[in-house]
Design a protein around this ligand. Structure first.
Ligand code: GUN
Length: 287
């Protein structure tokens, strides 16, 4: 069997970004994204800097609030409330994880749902579960777009998601269900994970354990989405799937890097423009 198609997430994300840029250029004013980073987690710092650069490249105004680790929960709540009340701000993103003394649930619950470009509030998560229009979490939304670049109709396929995080696993399982897949959401207590994976036509892995999924866990012809990203001591970047083994078995696979990562940022830009348009009652482009 020939090697798997390597899904070029960077090229697909660039395609979305150029369309978004064109759309932004036609808007009467610039959309505005406010991002908040608390503490000095190096990976988080890198992510928010990239997000800021992507926004600026598209003509989206962006603000980055960098707060020290010792920031009190009430201070962060006040900042989010100010951003909620600022009519110039269309999207609010609080980078996770937050320091242990701050409740992520409380902070996310403070964000106005119509400015929640991460799609993390209980209102947006509830709407997603009810298959209603909402701001959809960026990484899972990017995963669905990548899947559809390989196979447009995924209804009826068996999808296995490994990892039940609020950011990726849970909303991705929901989106796959909304696409009529038969979905199994697996996690650290799941028994016999390799056999479960072998039943998957679509296998999405988001646990942050480099090389967890071996080639012999993958059903021949499956589509594999590798959402994991780990920085190894030798400075290399590795996904959750053993890529060299997987390409011998899968039909298609996302690489790490340049797979799901660029799509997350592109979908954040998509959500920011969507939030801008909805807040101004523009007609929604369903695509
Ligand atoms: N931390 C890791 N991924 C994300 C994300 O998509 N959004 C936010 N806000 N924090 C994250």
């Amino acid at each position: 069997m020939s090697d798997a198609i390597i899904i070029d997430g960077k090229a697909i994300a660039d395609g979305y970004l150029s369309k978004i840029k064109e759309e932004v250029s036609r808007l009467p004013t610039r959309p505005c994204l406010a991002m908040v980073l608390v503490g000095d987690n190096p990976a988080s710092l890198l992510y928010v800097r990239y997000k800021k650069k992507y926004a600026e490249d598209l003509g989206i105004t962006s603000f980055l609030y960098m707060l020290p680790t010792e920031t009190k929960e009430e201070e962060l709540i006040h900042l989010v409330e100010d951003l909620n009340n600022n009519p110039q701000v269309d999207g609010i993103l609080v980078q996770l994880p937050l320091p242990d003394h701050i409740s992520e649930f409380k902070i996310i619950s403070t964000i106005r749902p119509d400015k929640d470009v991460d799609g993390f509030t209980k209102e947006n998560i509830g709407l997603l579960a009810l298959k209603q229009d909402c701001l959809v979490p960026c990484t899972p939304l990017g995963c669905i777009k990548l899947l559809k670049s390989v196979k447009d109709d995924i209804s009826g396929l068996n999808a296995v998601v490994i990892g039940r995080s609020n950011i990726v696993g849970r909303p991705l399982a929901q989106l796959l269900l909304n696409e009529n897949c038969t979905v199994t959401l697996s996690h650290s207590h799941t028994q016999n994970l390799p056999d479960l994976c072998l039943s998957a036509d679509i296998l999405a892995v988001a646990v942050g354990k480099p090389g967890l999924v071996k080639g012999n866990w993958i059903k021949p012809g499956a589509i594999v989405l590798d959402v994991g990203i780990s920085y190894l001591p030798d400075k290399s970047i590795k996904g959750d799937v053993d890529f060299e083994e997987a390409i011998k078995v899968a039909q298609a696979i996302t690489p790490v890097p340049k797979g799901v990562g660029p799509m997350t940022k592109a979908m954040l830009m998509h959500n920011t423009v969507k939030a801008y348009k909805r807040r101004r009652n523009f007609i929604e482009d369903k695509k």
